[in-house]
Design a protein around this ligand. Structure first.
Ligand code: AMP
Ligand code: MG
Length: 410
């Protein structure tokens, strides 16, 4: 049995990022949300594209207005009106000004904008009542970004801010990494689908659904392989198919020590090398992790069948692996924070214990509240509406309400 830290080291080292030449695809900007950029993006456009005004006001020559004051206003003749989106026609000479609006292109000759509030207008004359700073309220071409420089680096996730930048830069076709393919199969003679007529003793295969949802949330592409009987031949066929078609395989059930727990034997018979046999955590002890050398170097996670154990194992180990494989440079690691617990938490102190509950940020303090009801790992009902796992390390058998506890955000 491995400690959680040992298991984490082994598992995270198995995860190899996708290749930036062979594992890429092109997507439209509108469907790029959440995808990982595979190559750097540059733009042919400067930002701003032109010298433009940051204010509603008057475009002037600084020398004309540098001594202007309420008592001795500078008086300028208006030669043009420049709304946003319009190409100015005039070349401002000494003694002249142009009416200009926010975002509008600066006219030739002018170098400064005087805000409207510091002026008075009379017909086609403007009185400048206060001297501006030189070049005030002018956003200069290329001040934010120079055409040809790197606009976005590779290996970042495309979210709203990046999408906005790409749209503005007119980059509408993007090279992104393909999604990591994750095969999901559930093992157990007792399992039926949510649509089946439930017979006595049977259990609905909820893991398939939960894992598919989690894989999507982690940015992967789930490949649903369904329910597989606890029969060596059926398992062999399903696992062969999984490793032939996926980067990562998630099976649930069949990795404990029961008479029908065949998964480990089948992994080995198919050439998989078992790297982790069990982990000193609760829930999640039976977690089995293997690497298949061929054909896709798939990483195999044999998750425990218990719904809560399967999910806790996923959050702790699988999600970071999917994210790391997806080639994101930063932020794939599990996110632990310190919180104050609102409830007494306890463990037997022998295995690292994960207690599911809700994390809230209240007045700047993270607060953890354990889920109500049974803490049995067979109880999946009280997992609903949770978003965090409190972690009690080995040797720590209790944390009292009000004390600090380590929390994994999920
Ligand atoms: P196992 O790890 O196969 O011994 O299963 C442990 C427990 O989890 C048993 O009570 C199973 O019925 C239950 N279980 C196994 N697989 C699933 C699944 N896919 N969905 C829901 N419960 C399951
Ligand atoms: Mg089973």
């Amino acid at each position: 049995m491995r400690s959680v830290n040992e298991a984490e080291n082994i598992i995270f080292n198995l995860a190899k990022p996708l290749n930036n030449q062979t594992d890429i695809e092109t997507v439209d900007l509108l469907t790029a949300t959440g995808r990982i950029l595979a190559s750097p993006v540059t733009s042919k456009l400067d930002f701003p594209h032109w010298d433009n005004s940051a204010m509603d006001g008057y475009a002037v020559i600084y020398q004309d207005v540098r001594e202007a004051s309420e008592k001795k206003p500078a008086v300028l003749k208006l030669v043009e009106d420049i709304p946003a989106g319009y190409q100015p026609q005039s070349n401002i000479q000494s003694g002249q000004a142009a009416r200009i609006f926010t975002g509008a292109v600066m006219p030739q000759g002018a170098d400064t904008v005087v805000m409207q509030e510091n002026t008075r207008r009379e017909d086609n004359q403007v009185f400048i009542l206060k001297a501006p700073e030189a070049q005030e309220f002018v956003r200069h071409r290329a001040a934010y970004y120079q055409a040809g420089a790197e606009l976005l680096p590779p290996n970042i996730q495309l979210n709203a801010p990046e999408i906005a930048v790409l749209a503005a830069a007119q980059c509408t076709k993007l090279n992104v990494f393909r999604r990591v393919k994750v095969a999901i199969l559930s093992t157990g003679n007792e399992l039926v689908t949510p649509d089946d007529n439930l017979q006595p003793g049977q259990i609905v295969d909820s893991n398939q659904y939960a894992l598919a949802a989690l894989v999507k949330q982690s940015g992967g592409e789930p490949l649903i392989l369904g329910i597989i009987k606890d029969e060596p031949e059926a398992l062999k066929q399903a696992i062969s198919k999984a490793i032939a078609n996926a980067d990562i395989v998630l099976s649930s059930g069949g990795v404990s020590v029961g008479d029908y727990d065949y998964v480990k034997k089948i992994i080995e018979s198919l050439g998989g090398e078992i790297k982790v046999n069990s982990v000193a955590m609760k829930p999640g002890k039976p977690l089995t992790v293997a690497r298949f050398p061929m054909p896709n170097s798939s990483i195999y996670f044999g998750l425990p069948g218990n719904p809560v154990s399967a999910l806790v194992s996923y959050w702790r180990f699988v999600q970071p692996v999917i994210k790391k494989c997806s080639s994101i440079a930063e932020g794939w690691q599990p996110k632990f924070i310190k919180a104050q617990t609102n409830d007494d938490l306890s463990s037997n102190g022998k295995r690292e214990t994960y207690i599911w509950g809700k994390l809230d940020l209240i007045d700047g303090v993270y607060q953890f509240s354990a889920a109500g009801g049974s803490k049995s790992s067979g109880n999946l009902i009280n997992l609903a509406q949770t978003n965090a796992l409190a972690v009690l390390e080995v040797g720590k058998s209790s944390v009292k309400a009000g004390e600090e506890v380590k929390v994994l955000q999920v």
